[in-house]
Design a protein around this ligand. Structure first.
Ligand SMILES: *[C@@H]1O[C@H](CO)[C@@H](O)[C@H](O)[C@H]1NC(C)=O
Length: 503
């Protein structure tokens, strides 16, 4: 748990997000269907420095070389969506990677663990011109041609508790301490204690810096070092919005009355939005202006969202409509902890969070093999990620696996209170669901919408969405203490979701 806190610098946000997202997801939102855009099929290939890139049309990618999925992360469903009503901009001037800036954020205590994989994937010059990439850390660093800006270099933070880990970094480097945790003894060390506390101070100066450094960009796209963005998909999506208007797009989060884009999921800010918050008429020292707010709030992405809101930039694809701030595509979780369901199945996907290095490699591979999103094949959708990177691991039934099924949780103690959906053909099957693995599976079969189940002791959990989750490997301590956690999927049922995609 300590490591979790160190590596995930916004645990309180994470917990709030889980609660808020699950609440919104399950109860509050009536999600209208996506309106398919003709923009996707009319764009020309992306140009990087004049060269056409990522154009390798090929059959859908099938992962063959993954074995066991990575360890479990907290479940979080896809953020719900609205139908954008933004008219497509002229297809003759399609947005390309030359028009966007990628703001990549890391920190000295995690850089050596998380960043190297991105140098040959996310930041590859064949994917986005190097000049359009801005790298931010909390300590100056150089890796080959990549230079990381110390975004706190001119900070006015006067909280000694925060300033301490920042200033300790130089001492750490000087003493030849390595923040790598590769078990390359001696020298491995998690970095100065409290490095994660610096995180919330980075967002506002970072976005301010990027807009000043690249004033001609149409969009500023933010990503964290533990995320992966399907950049071609995202650029095609942004082309549907006018950068001369204030747009602030991403995965919705909500704290203290502010809607904002969750940082880990990645987000995009139009040039106009930047100008409204950080342009000529904005306060001379915006960091100072919000110093008190920053001291009182825990999450940098929230602080940035608050600054944008106070500048007149609202979050979301429908900022004027309270209930329409949500968009599919930006995911607060990785592909193996996210949910696949009819609502997102045919929609383009832009980002994954909590990605491990292997995830980044595989997602990049999928993106590269996919090729031109402007071709007839269109952008990579949730179902494409599912087919390439989830389906190959799903089984009819597998022991020592928790897939996170949660919509219905039937136990011996609550079985009389569970109200089965009307579509359940055999109510008796649900009454007995908690009794055994076989009966739990039968309860799933008896409910037409059920695509996955999970059973442990006297709990049968059923869901109408698919999530891979992860297996508990041989030798894991969890195998010694308890009954097997058994999971299963009814993958044939998900095949019916495909029919909606051709519309
Ligand atoms: C800090 O200030 C110096 C001197 O004005 C400037 O050159 C540098 O770009 C600033 N750094 C950041 C991250 O803003």
């Amino acid at each position: 748990m300590r490591r979790f806190y160190q590596d995930n610098r916004r645990v309180p946000l994470g917990m709030m997000l889980v609660t808020v997202s699950l609440f919104i997801y399950h109860f509050a939102l009536d999600r209208p269907s996506w309106v398919s855009s003709t923009v996707y099929s009319t764009q020309s290939p992306y140009q990087a420095g004049g060269a056409t890139v990522v154009v390798h049309p090929s059959p859908p990618f099938i992962a063959e070389d993954e074995t066991t999925p990575a360890p479990q992360q907290p479940a979080l469903s896809a953020v719900a969506s609205s139908t954008p009503s933004i008219s497509a901009t002229s297809t003759t001037s399609s947005l390309t990677v030359n028009d966007v800036v990628l703001m990549f954020k890391t920190g000295a205590s995690v850089l050596w663990k998380r960043v190297p994989i991105h140098l040959t994937t996310s930041l590859s010059p064949t994917r986005i011109p190097s000049a359009n990439v801005l790298l931010y850390s909390d300590s100056p660093e150089t890796i080959g041609p990549y230079t990381f800006v110390d975004i706190l270099a001119n900070t006015t933070i006067n909280d000694p508790e925060i300033a301490l880990p920042y200033h300790q970094q130089a001492d750490h480097d000087f003493r030849q301490n390595y923040a790598e945790i590769n078990n390359v003894y001696p020298g491995d060390n998690p970095g100065p204690a409290g490095g994660w506390k610096l995180d919330k101070y980075k967002f506002v100066p970072l976005v301010q810096h990027a807009g000043r450094a690249r004033p001609d960009a149409k969009w500023y796209i933010f990503m964290e070092d533990d995320a992966y963005l399907f950049l071609p998909n995202l650029v095609a999506h942004l082309d549907r919005f006018d950068p001369q208007k204030p747009w602030y797009l991403g995965s919705v989060a909500w704290i203290h009355g502010d809607y904002f884009a969750h940082g880990g999921s990645g987000f995009a800010i139009s040039r106009k939005a930047w100008e409204m918050a950080f342009g000529d008429h904005s306060p001379q020292n915006i960091e100072q202006k919000y110093a008190e707010f920053t001291a009182q709030h825990g999450c940098g992405d929230h602080i940035l969202g608050h600054v944008l809101k106070e500048s007149g930039v609202a979050f979301g694809e429908h900022p004027e409509a309270e209930e329409s701030r949500f968009s599919y595509g930006f995911n607060p979780e990785a592909h193996w902890t996210s949910w696949y369901e009819p609502e997102n199945w045919c929609k383009p996907v832009f980002s994954w969070h909590h990605t491990h290095n292997r995830d980044v490699a595989r997602l990049y591979e999928l993106e590269t093999r996919w090729g031109d999103v402007a071709s007839a094949k269109g952008p990579i959708c949730y179902k494409d990620v599912y087919e390439a990177m989830v389906l190959p691991y799903l089984r009819e039934r597998v022991e020592w696996w928790e897939n996170g099924a949660a919509k219905y949780d039937i136990r011996s103690s609550n079985v009389n209170g569970v109200v089965a959906p009307e579509s359940v053909t055999k109510p008796q099957a649900w009454k007995e669901a908690w009794m055994s693995v076989d009966k739990c599976e039968a309860a799933c079969v008896a409910w037409g919408d059920c695509v996955q189940w999970s059973f442990y002791e006297d709990r049968c959990m059923l869901d109408s969405m698919i999530r891979l989750g992860s297996g508990i490997p041989e030798g894991d301590a969890r195998r010694q203490s308890s009954l097997p956690w058994t999971s299963g999927w009814l993958t044939r049922r998900a095949e019916h979701w495909n029919s909606a995609c051709s519309q």
